[in-house]
Design a protein around this ligand. Structure first.
Ligand code: SF4
Length: 119
């Protein structure tokens, strides 16, 4: 049985519009509704075709301190688990600061893992 429609909440801004994506008999997107601005429509289409997410986490420094990190751009949702494993395996330098790259091009995604907090 094929999916005829999918309901989503837009996560692009805090307004959280309720989106509905309808599919034709071939499973292709036929219509998107419920968005207040074009970014919501783009989000709905991307979420139904190639969903991506920005990943946030923490890494441990050599001295035991913990700093926040995130991906420099969204990565495929299907790769989140593997990217988290990479993040968990790294030990950052003691002198890291906001903006430093701790993993470049993580798993070939084109995204870097960057520091987002100071120690
Ligand atoms: S559709 Fe536009 S206004 Fe609505 S939540 Fe998404 S980005 Fe915000």
């Amino acid at each position: 049985m094929s999916i005829k429609e999918r309901k989503l909440t837009c996560i692009v801004c805090p307004k959280g519009c309720d989106l509905k994506v309808e599919f034709d008999a071939d499973g292709k997107i036929a219509e998107v509704s419920g968005f207040t601005c074009p970014r919501g429509k783009d989000y709905a289409i991307a979420e139904c075709t190639s969903p991506v997410r920005t990943v946030t986490s923490t890494v441990r420094c050599a001295d035991g301190a913990v700093v926040a990190v995130k991906t420099s751009k969204p990565i495929p949702k299907s790769m989140i688990f593997d990217v988290m494993m990479e993040i968990n395996s790294v030990l950052a330098d003691n002198n890291v600061k906001i903006g430093d790259v701790v993993i470049a091009n993580v798993l070939g995604t084109g995204a870097d893992i960057i520091i987002t907090s100071n120690k």
